[in-house]
Design a protein. Structure first.
Length: 108
């Protein structure tokens, strides 16, 4: 009986160990958030080129994670705001928006 209980407990703990951990933005250190936002800014630059090249707006399918949600906000804003006209402006906007949405204090 003890062996059966021990086996069941170990099996349950094994299953729990393989479950995905919650990777909410609050759990990420600021340095990791800043690296994430530096990758996001590349999407902002590409979106500017797509918009200026006449490509239709293409949004990412949102799955509840931060990446697609933040990228979609940036894409929509760049397509709506013709004031974002240079790659530097798109880069700065993408980085600032991501840092704000991720809650990075003084990110850059």
């Amino acid at each position: 009986m003890k062996r059966l209980c021990l086996t069941m407990i170990c099996a349950l703990l094994g299953i729990l160990a393989w479950l995905p951990a919650g990777h909410a933005a609050d759990d990420m250190p600021d340095a990791e958030k800043m690296r994430f936002c530096k990758r996001i800014r590349d999407h902002a630059i590409q979106t500017l080129y797509n918009r200026d090249g006449g490509s239709p707006m293409r949004l990412y399918e949102e799955d509840g994670s931060n990446g697609p949600r933040i990228i979609n906000v940036i894409i929509r804003r760049i397509y709506e705001d013709r004031g974002i006209a240079t790659p530097k402006q798109a880069e700065d906007f993408g980085l600032a928006t991501c840092n704000q949405m991720m809650g990075v204090a003084g990110g850059g």
